[in-house]
Design a protein. Structure first.
Length: 241
């Protein structure tokens, strides 16, 4: 993704919530399963030029010599997810990335250089406080919910702010630049929430019957553009009844 545009203009009409950031992540439930073995990319699939494992960490990296032509993804091959809770840690240097979920692996030709392209919901991973944590629809409707907002989208596919979780800048201060950050993503039916370092960043309800995503793949993004590095570890998942 690129710089976040002002797409949810109603948020300014709702004013700012208290600087105190209140909505917090629930305790980690029993039954979470590690889906990355910390040793190699068994169970994952992506372009080996960009993805590797070292010291228990998945590393995605582009360089001047080896750029990616378009956004590329590391796909988890453990099956489609419907309702779930996902927890992981990430660290990013420059650029941006994301955690894809309920996504679709797009068709490709054997002659295509980039065979790992997906569309679907994305939890933003970016080295920018106040932006990391928002919700995006990759190769779809675009920006759906900004940090600090409660938003809904209807049949017109246009997001509307219906409430506030807190001030975007206050939430952004929970981001630890240059360090490991913890993500929690929970999807139940058409309702989605993200938490960054224990603080809720978005609350989104998808009432768009044509475009909402009820199941799909999990993947990690490496964004096209200048050289960048993104790392992930301790990836654990629970499918919800």
């Amino acid at each position: 993704m690129h710089l976040l545009p002002t797409i949810l203009g109603l948020s300014v009409l709702l004013g700012h919530a208290d600087e105190a950031v209140k909505p917090t992540a629930p305790p980690e439930p029993q039954g979470m399963v590690q889906i990355f073995n910390g040793k190699n990319l068994e169970g994952w699939e992506g372009d080996p030029r960009f993805w590797s494992v070292k010291d228990g960490i998945i590393r995605g990296e582009t360089t001047k010599e080896t750029p990616t032509k378009g956004n590329t993804f590391l796909l988890w091959r453990g099956g489609e997810l419907e309702d779930f809770e996902l927890r992981l840690s990430f660290r990013i240097k420059n650029g941006n990335s994301g955690v894809q979920y309920r996504s679709k692996h797009l068709p490709f030709k054997e002659t295509d250089e980039n065979k790992w392209v997906v569309s679907g919901y994305q939890a933003e991973v970016e080295d920018t406080p106040g932006k990391v944590g928002f919700l995006y629809h990759e190769r779809g409707r675009g920006y759906l919910c900004n940090v600090g907002d409660k938003a809904e989208v209807g049949a017109d596919a246009k997001p509307r702010v219906v409430g506030k979780l807190g001030d975007k800048d206050a939430i952004g201060r929970t981001y630890k630049k240059g360090d490991w950050n913890d993500y929690v993503i929970i999807a139940k039916g058409n309702h989605i929430v993200h938490y960054l370092n224990g603080v809720q960043t978005v609350d989104f309800t998808d009432n768009d019957p044509r475009n909402r995503l009820m199941k799909g793949l999990l993947a990690l993004q490496l964004h096209a553009g200048p050289p960048m590095v993104v790392e992930f570890k301790n990836i654990r998942l629970k499918r919800l009844d």
